[in-house]
Structures are given as C-alpha cells and as structure tokens.
Design a protein around this ligand. Sequence first.
Ligand SMILES: [Zn+2]
Length: 241
Amino acid sequence: MTARMETRLVQGRPLRLCLRRSARARRLSIQVSARQGIEVVIPPRATLSDVDELLTLKERWLARQADHYGVWSGPRRRAWATGSELAVLGTPRRLELVALADGRARTRSELSDTTLRLELSPTDLLDPREALERWLRRFAGIHLRECTDRLARVTGLSPQRVMVGERTSRWGSCSQSGTISYCYRLVMAPPRVVDAVVIHELCHLEHPNHGARFYRLVRNHCPDHDACMDWLRDHGFELEL
Ligand SMILES: [Zn+2]
C-alpha cells in the first residue's frame, strides 16, 4: 500500500489530496473526513488516467466536500493545549493539561461542567492528542454502557453485549448476535443525540433493518430521532480529536 499527497486544481482552486494504492480495494473511490482530508483509494487495476477522469467527473462534489470539512489544504489537525476546548456531551470544556507529579505513574482526570483537567506525562504534554483519545475512550466506555442500560429498561430491549471502539463511518451498529457497538467519539455529541443513537441501535434488536416498523418503534421511543440524525449528518465531522 502506497500513498502520496498531491495538489489538484478543483474548480480553479488548489486542493490537497492523498492518492492511496490499495491491494484490497475493489473499485476506485473517494473518502472524505476532517482527520484524513480527501483520499482517493485506487485498486490494483486502475490507472492514473482513471483517477483523473474520476476527479474531473466529481469536481463539483469535491469542492462541496472540501468546503464542508474544511480540508482544501489537507487533513485538519487540531493542536491541543491548555485553553483548547473539547466538547464532552455537547458542552465545550476548557482543557487544563498539567504535568504528572514526580514519582506518580498513574494519571488523574477531573471533568467539571466547564473544564477537563488531565495530568499527563511529559511526552503526552508535548502532544496531548493520544492522551485525550485514551481519556475519551474510557469515558465513552462507561457513559455509553450506562446510557444503554438506562434506555434498555425504558424500551424493554437489551443487547447481549455492548462494545465501544472506533468506527469512522458509523456512530453505532447492531450485529445479528445482539452486540451493539458504538464509536467512542459519539460522547462528544449532545446527550439527546447520544440517546437517539442508543435507541436506534436498541430498536435494531427487534427489527434488524430500516423498514417502516423499525422507524415506527424508534420514533415511538424517541420522537426527536430524525432531527438528531440530521444533527449528526451536519455536525458529525466536528466530533474529531
Ligand atoms: Zn440503523
């Protein structure tokens, strides 16, 4: 697998994008996210002129995506430091990043209504992104399980297992065997949006599809469901570290 960055003119404006050869890809595709920027995935048999053709064909769409995600000049990487704001359950918390006291190995954290205070090792202080991700994953593991338990009692639908991990394109999913998985970054969204995703997945335990009966059940338990999904569609790209 090889990847290289290139600049292409899209509607007269330079766009940074990544061309990535993938042995496993079946077809030529374009993926967009704030963290990865714009990435063209090229399967073994596709040529560079196939890529050019696709980019020309998709010019207007590419410009819209680059605007939407703010990635004209490549992936958007936030620089995290004391004073940065991180949304936790929809509320911005001011980060206070402090050095771990001498002789202590375990880091401590404290979340309040307005701040998130983290004790970090010297290496993490220089680049706190990974430490933030570890904290958010741990928080999500606890919070999303609590939400699922609470809403399982309300709906009368209980999963076999709850998993919290990384999903780039989906905020939640429900397997045939009754396992519900969430993306840990979901806890950056407002509580009503988190609840809507949890209810959506719980209802899949009853209806493993997106049919009319599924949506009737979802909207019955969560009248706000469609507005919350719209919120995620419009703001999901902001829920990035
Ligand atoms: Zn679904």
